[in-house]
Design a protein around this ligand. Structure first.
Ligand code: ZN
Length: 142
């Protein structure tokens, strides 16, 4: 199978101060943040906004050694990753690997909003940390 995302599910933006970023984005997007969630797995607190079918995910690190803290240290605040909605995440990962892309996650794991997610290494995707995500199956509630 080929990888064929249905849409950009969200764009992740790394920020230092989540509360400040939320108030800026509420003005920028003219819509309130609809969810704040901590994802201990990734050592982040996330805040979500809807823009049509796509979301903006603000990410602030909860630990000095977290991946988002390291990202900001190296590259400053800004776009952290692009997330594509795919149907059939495990086979999308296999297809990406077959195409020579480097997987950070060989298996889907649980991300914010109960989504199944997996990342591709930016080294193999022209410097852009790339996420695939899929709504959880109903027979497998989180
Ligand atoms: Zn994401």
């Amino acid at each position: 199978m080929q990888i064929k995302p249905t849409h950009i599910e969200h764009i992740g933006i790394a920020v230092r101060d989540l509360d400040q970023a939320i108030s800026l984005y509420e003005k920028l997007l003219g819509t309130p943040c609809y969810a704040i969630e901590e994802v201990p797995d990734q050592k982040v607190r996330t805040a979500f906004f809807k823009v049509g079918e796509t979301k903006i995910e603000l990410l602030a690190s909860t630990a000095e050694d977290g991946p988002v803290a390291k990202f900001i240290e190296k590259r400053g605040e800004g776009i952290h990753h692009v997330a594509y909605a795919v149907e059939g995440l495990p086979s999308a990962l296999k297809a990406a690997e077959r195409e020579g892309m480097q997987l950070i996650d060989k298996e889907p794991r649980r991300g914010a909003e109960g989504m199944q997610i997996a990342f591709l290494h930016p080294r193999s995707t022209l410097g852009v940390l790339t996420e695939f995500c899929e709504e959880p199956r109903t027979e497998n509630p989180s």
